[in-house]
Design a protein around this ligand. Structure first.
Ligand SMILES: Nc1ncnc2c1ncn2[C@@H]1O[C@H](COP(=O)(O)OP(=O)(O)OP(=O)(O)O)[C@@H](O)[C@H]1O
Ligand SMILES: [Mg+2]
Length: 395
C-alpha cells in the first residue's frame, strides 16, 4: 500500500501513531504532578524498562501533557559520559528564564539564575550566557564545590522560584542509568531536601531495569522517595490496538490472522510492533493486510531491525563482550542462571567479572534476579545468532 501514508514509526523516541496501553501510567503521573503543583505530596515516578519498550515516548507524552497544564517542564537526556552538572545547568537555566519571563522585580527565579552562575563557576563548567547573572547570586549558595549540597541549593531554589509563580517544575530525565552513583546520590538528596521544604519540584525519569538497584545503592531511602514503575511489552489488547488503530485511521484494514501473527513474532514489544506494522503495510498490495503480507514482510522487518535497533548496540561492543553475549545466545533468549553461561563457555564464572561489569554499564545485560543474567534488548539472542553464526561457546 502507499508508503507515503504508512502510519507506523519505528525508531528511537519516534512518536507512535497510537500510544497504546499506557493510559494508567500517564494518568498516575498527571495526578502526581498536579498534586505537587497544588502543594500536596506525591512520589516521583521512575519508569524502568528494556530497550525499545517506549520509555522515551512515554516521557515525552507526559511532558507534553504537563506543559499543556501550565507546569514548567525540563527535558534532560543523560548521555553516556556526560556529567550531571553539565547537563542540568542548561536545562535549569531555560526553565528559570521561562519562569521569570515578564518579571521586572527581583524574583526567586533571578536568584536561581544567579545561583546557577555561581554553581557553574564552582564546578568549572562552561559559562555561556550565564556569566551575566553572576552578580545575582549569593555567596555561599550553590557555590561551595560540594555537589551534594550545591545541587541541593539549586534544586531547592528552582523549586521555590516555581512556587513563587504558582507553578511546578518537573525534571524529565531519560537514560538516568548512565548517571554515575555519586551524582545520582546528589540528585536524590537534592530532590529529598526540596520535598522536605515542600517545594513544587520533582523528577520523572526513565532508565534500564538496573536503575532501581543503582538508585537504592546511591541512597537507601530512594525506594520510599520514588515510585518505580515497570514498562513492559504491551498486552494483547494494547498490542492489537497499536497495529489496528493506525491502519484504520488511514481508512484501511488488517485481517485478524495477520494481527495475530504480528503479535506472535513481536511478543508485544513496541519497537518491533512499529517495525512489523510498517513493513507489513509496505508489503501489502491492497487493503486488507493479510497474513501472507505479514509473512512476506518478515525478512525485511528483521533486516531493518538488524541494521538499526540491534546493529547500533552490537557495534559498541568489544570482541570479548561479543563473545560473551554470543555464548549467552547459545542458551536461548534468557534469563539464564549466570553460572550456566560460564559453564557453557567452559571457564570459571569469576573469569567473566570484568566483561559482565562492562556489559551491564553499557546497558546490554542486567540481573533480573539473584544469580540470573538477561539481555536488556528483547530478541537480542536471536540477533546474536544471526550476526555471529557458528560461533557459540564464546569462541
Ligand atoms: N505504547 C506504544 N504503542 C505503540 N508503539 C510504541 C509505544 N511505545 C513506544 N512505541 C514505539 O516503540 C519504539 C521505541 O520507543 P522508545 O524509543 O520510546 O523506547 P525506549 O524504551 O525509550 O527505548 P531505548 O531504551 O532504546 O531508549 C518507537 O518506534 C515508538 O514509536
Ligand atoms: Mg529511550
Amino acid at each position: 500500500m502507499d508508503p507515503r501514508r504508512n502510519p507506523f514509526a519505528p525508531g528511537a523516541g519516534s512518536r507512535p501513531p497510537e500510544l497504546a496501553g499506557r493510559d494508567a501510567v500517564l494518568e498516575s503521573v498527571a495526578i502526581a504532578l498536579d498534586r505537587i503543583r497544588n502543594g500536596r505530596h506525591a512520589q516521583s515516578t521512575i519508569l524502568l524498562g528494556l530497550r525499545g519498550v517506549g520509555k522515551t515516548v512515554l516521557l515525552n507524552a507526559m511532558r507534553r501533557a504537563a506543559d499543556a497544564e501550565g507546569i514548567q517542564t525540563v527535558p534532560i537526556e543523560a548521555p553516556e559520559g556526560q556529567s550531571l552538572p553539565a547537563m542540568i545547568v542548561p536545562a535549569l537555566r531555560t526553565a528559570l528564564l521561562r519562569i521569570d519571563r515578564g518579571q521586572a522585580a527581583m524574583t526567586l527565579a533571578k536568584r536561581g539564575l544567579g545561583a546557577l552562575a555561581r554553581f557553574v563557576k564552582a564546578f568549572k563548567l562552561s559559562y555561556g550566557e550565564l556569566e551575566a547573572s553572576l552578580d545575582l547570586g549569593e555567596v555561599g549558595v550553590a557555590d561551595n564545590g560540594d555537589l551534594e549540597s550545591d545541587l541541593g541549593d539549586l534544586i531547592d531554589l528552582a523549586g521555590a522560584a516555581a512556587g513563587e509563580r504558582g507553578t511546578a517544575l518537573v525534571l524529565f530525565i531519560d537514560e538516568l542509568q548512565y548517571v554515575p552513583e555519586r551524582e545520582l546520590a546528589a540528585l536524590i538528596t537534592a530532590l529529598h531536601r526540596a520535598r522536605q521544604n515542600e517545594r513544587p519540584i520533582t523528577m520523572v525519569a526513565a532508565g534500564l531495569p538496573q536503575l532501581a538497584g543503582q538508585m537504592g545503592k546511591a541512597k537507601s531511602y530512594a525506594e520510599r522517595l520514588f515510585l518505580f514503575t515497570t514498562i513492559g511489552p504491551l498486552d494483547t489488547t494494547a498490542a492489537r490496538a497499536a497495529i489496528v488503530h493506525p491502519i484504520e485511521a488511514e481508512g484501511c484494514a488488517i485481517e485478524d490472522a495477520a494481527v495475530a501473527r504480528i503479535l506472535e513474532v513481536t511478543k508485544g514489544y513496541p519497537y518491533f510492533l512499529q517495525e512489523w506494522g510498517k513493513q507489513s503495510w509496505d508489503a501489502a498490495d491492497a487493503s486488507p493486510i493479510t497474513i501472507a503480507d505479514v509473512e512476506l514482510a518478515h525478512p525485511t522487518a528483521l533486516a531493518a531491525l538488524d541494521d538499526s535497533f540491534f546493529r547500533v548496540r552490537f557495534d559498541r561492543l568489544s570482541p570479548a563482550e561479543k563473545r560473551y553475549l554470543r555464548a549467552m545466545a547459545d542458551l536461548g533468549d534468557g534469563p539464564f542462571p549466570s553460572s550456566a553461561i560460564a559453564d557453557h563457555i567452559g571457564r570459571k564464572a569469576s573469569a567473566f567479572g570484568p566483561v559482565r561489569a562492562s556489559l551491564i554499564a553499557k546497558g546490554m545485560i542486567y540481573l533480573p534476579g539473584y544469580g540470573e543474567t538477561a539481555f536488556t534488548v528483547p530478541l537480542f539472542g536471536a540477533f546474536m545468532r544471526r550476526a555471529m553464526p557458528g560461533e557459540g561457546r564464546g569462541g
